[in-house]
Design a protein around this ligand. Structure first.
Ligand SMILES: NC(=O)c1ccc[n+]([C@@H]2O[C@H](COP(=O)([O-])OP(=O)(O)OC[C@H]3O[C@@H](n4cnc5c(N)ncnc54)[C@H](O)[C@@H]3O)[C@@H](O)[C@H]2O)c1
Ligand SMILES: [Zn+2]
Length: 279
């Protein structure tokens, strides 16, 4: 089913729990690049293209060892970009809908930008399946710990692809620290912090009787979010709404897709909901 806003509103109105699942497209309307689109962030890193390196080679622990300066710059540059951006109004719309439901909301996202927290969502209800740049860990994961990146306020030299300020270090072993984000070939990734969120999400799902899944801006290349969304909606016999301007296809007849940008779709749905409530 395609672009049926009224049907989407019916699914939201009857739900007692809102599962928000989000990929990089959710942050595009906040002015942040997604990943693989033509305006995506991968095309914005000419130094790596010049080195003949693809994302799957740069986003690796090995790149930290072989090109330490550029690896830290890449981490810090994105962190600064995300911190400088403000989550768009669609986040508030989702939060309001979720808070009005009996069991509230839960967020499942592959985004690493920390924008659900920044928009005021409850951190206990956000499962960041690939980690977040707002946390750090020991490069070698010496104690299986991660910690907040808040104190890491890097200064970057974008011309020479370097971090000028001190690089983060592990408080336990004194070695290198890095972002707590799952990279490729990442045998050192520390998922400790997120496993609690995963369990909390499972418990929450068990309580919800009438689920609606709203999936926003999740791409096809790394389909973690798309697969989880479809599987969960199916298992819970819940409603399913996919919001995506380019990759809106859905596998089942009763799954709904809105071929629109995140903010445009959420505003349109919110207008109908408000009209319904006021009539
Ligand atoms: N903001 C972030 O945190 C961020 C940004 C880029 C990449 N990543 C990482 O890269 C991986 C990439 O996977 P992905 O699927 O999230 O990204 P992706 O770039 O592969 O896919 C983005 C999707 O968003 C859609 N989109 C584009 N503009 C949109 C808009 N205005 N509204 C709604 N949807 C829009 C695109 O059609 C596409 O399907 C993830 O693992 C993630 O960790 C994170
Ligand atoms: Zn350490």
């Amino acid at each position: 089913m395609k672009n049926d806003l009224n049907y989407a509103v019916e699914l939201i109105k009857k739900a007692d729990g809102l599962l928000i699942t989000a990929g990089a497209g959710m942050s595009v309307d906040s002015g942040l690049p997604d990943f693989r689109s033509s305006g995506g962030f991968w095309n914005a890193y000419p130094p790596f293209q010049a080195m003949g390196l693809g994302f799957s080679q740069v986003a690796t622990p090995n790149f930290y060892l072989e090109h330490t300066e550029q690896a830290y710059w890449f981490f810090a540059h994105r962190l600064i970009q995300y911190r400088n951006a403000t989550p768009h109004e669609g986040y508030q719309i989702l939060k309001r809908w979720g808070e009005q439901m009996k069991h509230g909301y839960f967020v499942f996202t592959s985004n690493v930008d920390g924008h659900f927290q920044k928009a005021g969502f409850d951190n206990k209800r956000i499962y960041e399946v690939h980690g977040t740049l707002e946390r750090m860990q020991c490069f070698h994961n010496c104690q299986g710990k991660s910690w907040s990146s808040a104190e890491f306020q890097p200064i970057v030299d974008d011309e020479h692809y370097r971090v000028i300020s001190p690089k983060p270090i592990c408080p336990d072993c004194g070695g290198m620290a890095r972002q707590n984000v799952m990279m490729f070939d990442d045998w050192f990734y520390c998922d400790y912090y997120y496993r609690f969120k995963e369990v909390a999400l499972e418990e929450w799902l068990r309580k919800v009787g009438n689920l609606v899944v709203i999936e926003i801006g999740a791409g096809k290349a790394i389909p973690t979010v798309r697969n989880f969304s479809e599987r969960t909606a199916k298992q819970k016999k819940g409603g399913f709404i996919r919001i995506n301007p380019q990759d809106a296809g859905v596998p089942k007849m009763h799954f709904l897709s809105l071929e629109m940008g995140a903010l445009e779709a959420l505003r349109a749905l919110d207008n109908i909901l408000n009209l319904d409530r006021n009539s």
